[in-house]
Design a protein around this ligand. Structure first.
Ligand code: SAH
Length: 258
């Protein structure tokens, strides 16, 4: 008897460093090219997955999410990557699990309220509660043993002590926020936003359109201030990509046991 068909899980990231770690642990990945991107079909922890690099920005992320759904038939999408911390106490090395996304650069006022996506009637797109709950468990387990995943050298280098998991609003827009002034303006416009990045709200909107569950975990790489660019690549390589690998691996393992 052949095993019943199981729809794959879509795994998206915006950074090469992360995707290359995923590909190292997938035993059987096959490359399929679509929409100018490489999609990697295979298995991880016994689950069918399609891993893909979205590239940076909302349009690239929306195209990638649409292809994952339309062409590869994924039944959920999980995004991992890095983000700038803008909420108080959201520090480098912490992880933010998005409960909602907003496009901080959407502004069709005065026709529509600022941030509202025209003709949707709202500005915030929620992530999937059950999917997010599973990822939160995996993230907590990894953060509880962070030294084992990133090593003491990287912990000391980036001043990581007891990284925390935060859950809440994440703001996306087509800007790398790298000045203290801009970060303050964002905080004023969206006081409950915990972090800023460049893709999540686009994926959330596509997933809402298709009714596909979506969740996103972002490791805080910077504080979106005047120092935001410092050591960015090194942080992704030494810390964020390791967190993502460990968190997704723990999550997929957990699913096997469910
Ligand atoms: N120097 C990098 C550029 C990365 S752009 C390169 O050459 O590849 C920043 C990426 O990290 C985006 O994918 C975005 O989602 C996320 N990000 C991290 N910190 C951010 C910040 N302060 N503002 C906006 N996006 C940020």
């Amino acid at each position: 008897m052949t095993a019943p068909f199981k729809a794959p899980i879509g795994l998206m990231s915006a950074m090469h460093e992360e995707l290359s770690l995923f590909l190292q642990v997938m035993p059987d990945e096959q490359r399929v090219r679509a929409g100018g991107r490489d999609f990697w079909q295979g298995h991880w922890q016994g689950q069918p997955v399609v891993a893909v690099l979205s590239r940076i920005g909302k349009v690239a992320a929306a195209t990638t999410a649409t292809a994952l759904i339309e062409r590869f038939g994924v039944d959920r999408i999980v995004f991992t990557g890095v983000a700038g911390g803008i909420g108080p106490g959201v520090n480098v090395g912490d992880v933010v699990l998005a409960s909602h996304f907003v496009q901080h650069d959407m502004d069709a006022s005065p026709l529509f309220p600022r941030h509202e996506v025209p003709l949707y009637g709202h500005s915030r797109f929620a992530t999937d509660v059950a999917l997010s709950a599973g990822l939160a468990r995996a993230a907590q387990a990894v953060l509880a043993q962070v030294g084992a995943h990133v090593g003491s050298v990287a912990m000391a280098e980036f001043g990581l002590h007891t990284p925390r998991l935060h859950t809440g609003l994440v703001a996306s827009g087509d800007r790398f926020v790298a000045t203290t002034n801009e970060s303050r303006a964002l905080q004023q416009a969206l006081p409950d936003a915990l972090a800023v990045e460049m893709e999540g709200a686009a994926v959330a909107q596509v997933c809402a359109d298709y009714g596909v569950p979506f969740a996103a975990l972002r490791t805080i790489s910077d504080r979106a201030d005047d120092d935001a660019h410092a050591d960015f690549s090194r942080f992704i390589q030494a810390v964020a990509s390791r967190y993502s690998l460990a968190m997704l691996s723990a999550w997929l393992k957990q699913k096997q046991e469910d």
